[in-house]
Design a protein around this ligand. Structure first.
Ligand code: DC
Length: 230
């Protein structure tokens, strides 16, 4: 392989990014990186330090003293470590979910995590999912996909996932409210907001099964990187 393959998948929460990105990575035998997990780990550090996730100076100050590592298991799954602790499950709580959107608006936080993300892409072929991968982190990606779906469909998917993870107290309405808060926050921040890159393919997954989305996007992958890898 002469050059790393880099695929960027962006979109709002619940659009199906991680399911799709993992599957493409698996099929191509390359790495998958969930960048949202890094912002979640940063938010957990903030909460553990008793800092309000909305106070920019205090949140940014933590950036010199945080260690986020992503480890890959043999089965391809990803584990997230914060300052040496495995926080893979803890970062999925509703409190961390909201906090991640808050801290991700602060430039020092983003610059720290973007540096890690670019470093990983410089050394590996990767499918990276997030909000700003195609527009800001990896503007030269071989393929950029922007996934969308209606907020009600995204909330229904997230509700199912959260129930399976044991978060029984969540409701469809609470998830819709959370998503609307995050969509607005993520789209309106100044640095690298959630946005479709001009050269990204837009795919609406509202009426799709995960298989249908995969087939549609994998056709684009083959066109972008050539049949040899597919
Ligand atoms: O994908 P996710 O829901 O796990 O992401 C959690 C939060 O992190 C999301 O609300 C916005 C932020 N995020 C970001 O700003 N940029 C990324 N590339 C990924 C996530």
């Amino acid at each position: 392989m002469n050059k790393n393959i880099v695929i960027a998948i962006d979109g709002p929460s619940g659009a199906g990014k991680s399911t799709l990105a993992k599957r493409i990575a698996n099929k191509l035998g390359i790495m998958y990186l969930d960048t949202g997990a890094m912002y979640r780990a940063y938010a957990l550090k903030t909460i553990r330090s008793n800092i309000d996730t909305l106070i920019k100076e205090d949140v940014e100050e933590l950036s010199d003293d945080i260690k986020i590592d992503i480890h890959y298991e043999n089965d391809g799954s990803q584990k997230v470590f914060l300052d040496g602790d495995d926080v893979t499950s803890l970062i999925r709580s509703p409190e961390v979910t909201k906090g991640a959107s808050d801290v991700s608006a602060f430039p020092k936080v983003r610059l720290k995590l973007v540096e890690l993300q670019r470093d990983i892409a410089a050394r590996n072929s990767v499918v990276m999912d997030g909000r700003d991968i195609g527009t800001y982190v990896l503007p030269n990606a071989d393929l950029k996909v922007f996934l969308t779906a209606s907020v009600h469909e995204r909330a229904a998917r997230r509700l199912e996932e959260m129930k399976l993870s044991g978060y029984d107290e969540v409701t469809h309405d609470s998830i819709v409210a959370d998503m609307e808060y995050r969509d607005k926050n993520d789209s309106s921040r100044t640095l690298a907001p959630l946005m479709k890159a001009d050269d990204a393919f837009s795919v609406d997954t509202t009426a799709n099964t995960p298989d249908e989305t995969f087939e549609e996007v994998f056709t684009l992958v083959k066109k972008a990187i050539g049949e040899t890898y597919a």
